[in-house]
Design a protein around this ligand. Structure first.
Ligand code: GDP
Length: 360
């Protein structure tokens, strides 16, 4: 079957992972179709700009406007595109926001998955399509670290609960109807394309602008929270590997290393030559420039969550053994990549591109 081009459909293509996955699949020679919600078109800062940042234009992709919660439109789209692989990345992805909009979170993060699974059945595509379901380490919630595929789930947020419902829907449809659907239980994965409401990007953006002369103070919530942070670029490859297996299964993807939010702050400021000295506790805690004493970080209870997941640390042994998956980026590389990208972004915004073109 040489010359046969596989077709992939990515829901949530305008998100961080959607962009990296599209880039990855295009390089592999796939026809890539993406489902985009109306507000990703309307709000270029958060959607299409991300695809453009990765060098992906409409010409490289076929984009479809729609919504995963609209079951009929999902069925119609599958009928039209006839993909061999579906990656369900569409979600309300912010854990903090899920406490403010729990019903919408359940709707999007659960009904969307169901719409795809049911469409596969309705269209008799059980044998012709493979599906990836974006499950999350947030499903582990307060389960003790380290977590792997056998750790009991104890979600702590509407987001975690909704993702867990989708995880079980995928397993149920796999067992009941023989659908080739795999859950990727991904620990936090970040990148320069991460949304600015996530703590890592919020930190790296502030660090870059402080270096550029901003007097801002970085206001954060829970500094003690510990996460296993990897790079989205590595994780999208893991998603694809799961669908290349003969049998569907569920896999944890993680780096196996965990750091606190406080450590992320320290490492990010180190990138611009600043050492952070901490003092005080709880809401009184502050981080100052060790050399000058300037206030850099303070705690703002507005960023506390009603309930937080304190310690996520993944064990990706199964993915390593079965998929031969290993991350290329670890904590230091990730922080450096993100700070440097935010520095570059500021430089471009300040007209650096024009200067570079003239001199370079
Ligand atoms: P999550 O793990 O998917 O919830 O990713 P986030 O980046 O949103 O949050 C990671 C951790 O950082 C959580 O435990 C948050 O409570 C904590 N955190 C501390 N300060 C902040 C903040 O200002 N914004 C966000 N989003 N999280 C923060």
């Amino acid at each position: 079957m040489s010359g046969f081009k596989k077709t992939a459909l990515i829901t949530g293509i305008a998100g961080q992972d959607g962009g990296y996955l599209a880039e990855f699949l295009i390089k592999k020679g796939y026809n890539v179709h993406g489902l985009v919600r109306w507000d990703s078109y309307m709000n270029p800062a958060d959607g299409m700009a991300r695809l453009a940042m990765l060098g992906l234009t409409d010409a490289a992709l076929t984009l479809h406007q729609g919504d995963v919660t609209d079951a009929q439109s999902v069925t119609q789209l599958l009928k039209e595109v006839r993909p061999q692989e579906i990656y369900n990345l569409a979600a309300m992805s912010q854990v903090g926001v899920s406490f403010k909009t729990p019903a919408a979170t359940l709707d999007i993060n659960t009904k969307g998955t169901l719409a795809i699974l049911d469409s596969i059945r309705l269209l008799d595509m059980e044998r012709s399509v493979r599906m990836y379901q974006a499950s999350s380490s947030e499903m582990f919630g307060s389960a003790p670290a380290p977590q792997d595929e056998n750790t009991p789930f104890m979600p702590c947020s509407p987001y975690g609960v909704a993702k867990l419902a989708s995880y079980w829907l995928a397993r149920t449809y796999r067992d009941a109807y023989g659908i080739h659907v795999s859950n990727g239980i991904l620990f936090n994965h970040e990148s320069p394309a991460r949304g600015e409401d996530f703590v890592t990007r919020k930190i790296t953006k502030a660090v870059a602008s402080i270096e550029a002369g901003s007097r801002e103070v970085l206001r954060l919530g829970n500094l003690d929270s510990i996460r296993d942070w990897g790079h989205a670029r590595d994780y999208v490859e893991g998603m694809w590997l799961m669908l290349q297996q003969e049998r569907p299964d569920d896999y944890v993807l993680a780096t196996g290393q965990a750091y606190s939010v406080r450590e992320f702050v320290e490492r990010a400021f180190e990138q611009i030559g600043i050492q952070v000295a901490w003092s005080g506790t709880g809401v009184e805690e502050t981080g100052r420039d060790k050399r000058t004493g300037r206030l850099l970080v303070s705690v703002d209870p507005a960023f506390f969550r009603p309930k937080d997941v304190n310690h996520l640390l993944g064990n990706a042994r199964k993915a390593q053994d079965a998929l031969n998956w290993l991350p290329k980026y670890y904590f230091d590389d990730l922080v450096a990549d993100m700070v440097n990208a935010d520095r570059m972004l500021l430089w471009r915004e300040a007209g650096g591109d024009a200067v570079w073109k003239m001199t370079g």
